[in-house]
Design a protein around this ligand. Structure first.
Ligand SMILES: Cc1cc2nc3c(=O)[nH]c(=O)nc-3n(C[C@H](O)[C@H](O)[C@H](O)COP(=O)(O)O)c2cc1C
Length: 192
């Protein structure tokens, strides 16, 4: 099978193209991800909105033996994720600083949703990261199934931070078609 992948998307891409055409990528070439390019992607993702502009999301870029250790030791619940991480040149660990998003200064919750806004912010940031990466020709997949305690320990995540998701990143070696989306009539309702 011949996989045609256009890596220079930034010239003509609209926001609509970027959102619609990004796919979860689970097969990567050996080409490494340049650190300056990764910095540029994180700078773009930093424009994601956040609770009271608290900007709690932090990205850890993991390569080499540590990445392979996470692939081997943190994916028993879903070994396919281990294969994907092992095959990717780079793994991003998405973390956030606890106790700010959704919290008042005295530590009480700002709303009835309690601590949930932290995950909300990390999700908004993660999608922004994946879209910014896609615009630069990189593939990624957000992963929620992994041994969080083990991965947090291997990554030395301190107590005041939460590990949210793992995102393998690299140049795509596949071009999957989009899984079917629900129709707008199901997604959108109007009220007055
Ligand atoms: C919160 C979250 C967790 C996910 N966890 C995994 C995962 O553990 N492994 C995986 O292969 N894909 C994972 N995915 C990717 C979804 O399967 C994927 O987004 C979905 O099938 C739609 O495909 P698309 O991203 O190509 O549009 C996750 C996506 C999200 C948003």
């Amino acid at each position: 099978m011949i996989v045609k992948i256009n890596l220079d998307r930034s010239v003509l891409m609209t926001a609509k193209d970027c959102i619609r055409e990004r796919r979860s990528i689970r097969k990567f070439t050996d080409r490494p991800v340049d650190h300056a390019l990764l910095s540029e992607i994180v700078e773009t993702a930093s424009y994601a909105p956040s609770w009271k502009h608290t900007q709690i999301t932090r990205y850890i870029a993991v390569e080499g033996d540590l990445k392979d250790k996470i692939a081997a030791e943190c994916t028993q619940a879903y070994p396919k994720n281990g294969e994907i991480i092992a095959n990717a040149p780079l793994l991003i660990a998405v973390t956030y600083i606890k106790g700010r998003s959704g919290f008042e200064r005295d530590g009480s919750f700002s709303t009835a949703k309690g601590a949930s806004w932290q995950m909300y912010d990390a999700g908004v940031a993660s999608q922004s990261f994946c879209l910014a990466a896609y615009e630069k020709g990189l593939g990624s997949v957000i992963m929620g199934i992994f041994d969080e305690a083990k991965a947090a320990s291997l990554l030395n995540i301190p107590e005041e931070r939460e590990l949210v998701a793992l995102i393998p990143v690299g140049y795509p070696d596949e071009a999957p078609s989009a899984p079917r989306r629900k129709p707008v009539e199901e997604l959108l309702t109007f009220q007055s």
